[in-house]
Structure formats: structure tokens, C-alpha cells
Design a protein around this ligand. Sequence first.
Ligand SMILES: [Zn+2]
Ligand SMILES: [Zn+2]
Length: 129
Amino acid sequence: MSAGGCLCGAVRYELRGASTSVTYCHCAMCRRWHGHVGAYAAVDRADLVLVEARGLKWYASSPTVRRGFCVECGSSLFFDEAGDAKIGFCAGTRDEPTGLRSKAHIFVASKGDYYAMADDGLLRLDAGP
Ligand SMILES: [Zn+2]
Ligand SMILES: [Zn+2]
């Protein structure tokens, strides 16, 4: 059983199906929300089951996207885009071993000016996928 949660335990989830690989988002919104680059994987909506949600709150970061976080400890957890068959979860919230692989960097053209990107062999996209 794949599972994950926030830093304090007030949000816990289980994954009942396979996850996508991890995408690293360098856009300004993700950098603010995570404190740095966002790392996301996704599962089919029906495969994400919340087993503890007392700390979960949603922030609408755009008309079509809401981001789920823990009000108790501040962890960022979920990326939910309207109309998408999958729901994203923040890779760092998964319990280990995660079995996750890395796939790509996105929004590289709007990355922060405070870090360099070493060539790690992953796909790089200037904007979204
Ligand atoms: Zn928490
Ligand atoms: Zn982003």
C-alpha cells in the first residue's frame, strides 16, 4: 500500500493505483507555494483516498487550480486542476520507499534566479507539458 501525508499527520492519504513519474515545476507560483521548486506526481482521482483530512484546506491559486495543504503544519500536499482525470500530489509527502521516478522539469523559462540547474538528463520544457 502506497501512502503519504503531511509533516504532522493531520493529513494522510493512501494511493490505490499507480503513480505517474515526478515532474519538477519551476514556475513562480509553485516556488512560492513550496518554498522552492514543486515536485509532483499524479494518480487517477479515484485512486487517491484521504484517510485523515482534519488538517486539509484548499487554496484556489487560479480559477481552475486548487492546492491542498495542511493548516496545522503548513505542508503542501495536493495539486488539483479542474477537468484533469488525475490529481497531483507532492512527491515529498510520500512515505518511503516511494518507488517514484523523475521525468521532467517544466516552466524552466520562469525558474528562479537564485539557483542553477545541472544537467540531470531529464526532459526540460520552457512552459507546461
Ligand atoms: Zn500537517
Ligand atoms: Zn508550477
